[in-house]
Design a binder for this molecule. Sequence first.
Ligand code: HC1
Ligand code: SF4
Length: 566
Amino acid sequence: SGKITINGQLIDFTDEKNILAVARNAGIDIPTLCYHPELSVVGACRLCVVEIERMGVQASCSTAPIDGMVVFTNSGRVNRVRKMVLELLLANHDRECTTCDASGACKLQKYANDYGIKRLRFPSRSQCEALDNSSLSIVRDPNKCILCGLCVRICKEKQGVGVWDFKNRGSRTEIVAAMDQPLAESACINCGQCIAVCPCGALSSNSTAIDEVWAALRDPKKTVVCQIAPAPRAALGEEFGLGSVDVTAKLVAGLRKVGFDKVFDTVFTADMTTIEESNEFLGRVTEGKNLPLFTSCCPGWVKYAEQFHPELLNNVSTCRSPQQMFGSVLKKKYTQDLGIKAEDMFVVSIMPCTAKKYEAKRPEFMTDGVYDVDAVLTTVEAARLFREAGIIFDSLEDSAFDQPMEQATGSGVIFGATGGVMESVIRYVAGKLLNAQGRVDVEFTRGMDDTKIASLSVNDIKLSLAVVNGLAATEALIQKIQSGELDVHAVEVMACPGGCVGGGGQPCQNDSKARQTRATEIYNIDSKMVLHKAQDNEDLDKIFNKYWGGCCNHETHHDLHTHYHP
Ligand code: HC1
Ligand code: SF4
């Protein structure tokens, strides 16, 4: 700790690792393209240079504050260096901003504007290398890459997958997927975290689903149904300048205006998941078999387990994710209620997640040869659908979900934040086994820490439970379990930091503060909802009885569960 002077202002610092962090904490912005507070520091882009007395021009991301330092963040010299850096980057960047996914959210675009770059002294590069659109989830445009390396670092350091790497040196340096293969052939788990950190549109979601949705909406033969995941309701508003507030009712109204025939809430099948998975869990505890149980809602985690931990596949819950449970309910059962064929229904889901696009296309999730979920739109893509439809989101009147699957509980809503699935299971079990009346709010499962562990007593059984987010943290936890250092009965895994609120399909402000704000709103929604535990959902009870003669039986197993392939 100590004090440094920045632009003539005396500023205290404590444990900040670099001048950049000290400045930002004091409300002074310094531009950077390659720095991320949660990742290792490489000092590659040189945009964050500052002038330090007796040290000259230095990168502020890789210079530690020292008591008494005198720093200038916007001197003439500093700004000349920054302009030069920006010009060189722009010369090597495909500047087709009008057709770029990142336009408006691009940091390179922002800084070029902020620093008044009007004309480039260097010839510019245009599209010359082929796009990699092999992945169902992610598209990479190498012509837009500025080699900041954030994708390389997040995939390695936070997800422990290590798909991206640098190839060649000097002016021939590029970033490629492992073994220089198309992304679809790599170990990529489709989480989209590399999209979330990419500063400038080199990585984006595979948004072909938007056109497929329009085609279905315009096809008179199709009954087009939408389901809305828990997390987007607290993030979509950011796209329309409303902040991270609950926009569920407007979202439903907007989808009706766009032309969807029915609008349902994935929270309904999150409740369904809670009931099926809790009973699966209690069954395993009784039999002492396949423990710990790992949750299965997150398709990024499921692919990770299949690739790297096939020995754990018997431990992963057999429950389909809520997205796929809804797809199955709609195509296998609800079509019968409507008297239509599975192929005449088109199911769209709005998800915070790019991996859900991949999950929907897994071969096990089909009915009569058609996919249970036909198209997945990310939160950002849903906003684009509304804009293209000319909908003024802010002025939409509230609307409610459709019957007969209208009810939802707070327990299903909190699936959208890390710890929510575990808390839902605890609420269910507390209600069922301990006859807990009223609200059961759980403390340990909440908050943005990557690993949370606690023990609970249920009658005379002591249960040890873990919640983890980010796959590098998950890997560390698995190592502890497999080495015998940790004994747990159940583990909730979400691949993205903070859980689904931090999904790779969420709006661009996808940092730790945004994730926390969205999670807080998710728990606000829960606290205001009348129904609290999954077993309070009466519509769900009716649907279980009507379609399968009850829950957790052979029939629900056929339609709502799955098995995994190493
Ligand atoms: Fe999720 Fe889930 S919570 S996985 O995080 O279990 O994507 O929001 O829809 O399926 O319900 C995502 C969110 C989502 C599923 C549910
Ligand atoms: Fe890595 Fe996730 Fe990006 Fe795939 S989507 S390359 S796993 S960060």
